[in-house]
Design a protein around this ligand. Structure first.
Ligand code: DX5
Ligand code: ZN
Length: 222
């Protein structure tokens, strides 16, 4: 089977916020695919980033899919606002939202695609009951909160587990991997079956972003 091209999703967390519009436009111009938006509330994770207004302001500078990753407690409180800001995918953490069926249905009702994220210590089995409701599963390969951390290799077997469950049950989700993905680690991540890779510091610190995206595809073999 020919595997589709890897989706590269640079994270705006590593961008220069004082030039955010220009920075987000380089995601498309360098040949990358999605815009990953890390929303942090200083409670679910020990860092604070940005909210829906920042995303709405960015929206006019990019026509790429906006992939919001909500690292916030009780994300259900803000789903409508993030959908209105122009997020195509809205991903929540299962640990942050008690009634997941309701939260995932709310994302769909607001016209966005629903994603669910797993922190490194959470097993795939914790999502089993709702896997039929999600369009994306985000495997965190670092503890959420900061860019520039090293990938925790033991998290990567969850990619294969999720791919096997998808095939077995006919689920529709794409598998995304987030944290420490760069030119040294992308081959292993892609080789295990990831559909999407998030890359923050590796993309924004690359001397030539277009070359970086080309190299990511070359290292991934797709
Ligand atoms: C971590 C965020 C990641 C992070 C990735 O909490 O969810 O998206 O920004 O950054 P790098 O690629 O630098 O690990
Ligand atoms: Zn993220």
């Amino acid at each position: 089977m020919i595997q589709p091209s890897l989706i590269v999703a640079p994270s705006m967390l590593a961008a220069d916020f004082s030039r955010a519009g220009e920075e987000v436009s380089t995601i498309a111009s360098s040949g990358a695919d999605w815009v990953h938006l890390d929303v942090m509330d200083g409670a679910f994770v020990p860092n604070i980033s940005f909210g829906p207004k920042f995303i709405a302001d960015l929206r006019v500078h990019s026509n790429r899919p906006f992939d919001a990753h909500l690292m916030i407690d009780q994300p259900e409180r803000y789903i409508a606002e993030f959908a209105k800001a122009g997020c195509d995918y809205i991903t929540v953490h299962s640990e942050a939202s008690l009634h997941l069926h309701r939260t995932l249905a709310l994302i769909a009702d607001n016209g966005a695609k629903a994603g669910l994220s797993l922190i490194p210590s959470a097993p795939v089995s914790s999502l089993i009951e709702v896997l039929d409701m999600v369009d994306l599963v985000l495997v965190m390969s670092v503890n959420p909160g900061f860019g520039g951390q090293s990938l925790i290799a033991s998290t990567l077997r969850k990619i294969e587990e999720l791919a096997a469950l998808r095939q077995l049950h006919g689920h529709r989700y794409v598998i995304s991997v987030d944290g420490g993905v760069n030119l040294n680690t992308v081959a292993e991540v892609a080789g295990r079956g990831a559909d999407v890779v998030v890359c923050g510091s590796a993309f924004f610190n690359a001397p030539d972003r277009q070359q970086f995206v080309r190299d990511m595809h070359r290292m991934a073999g797709r």
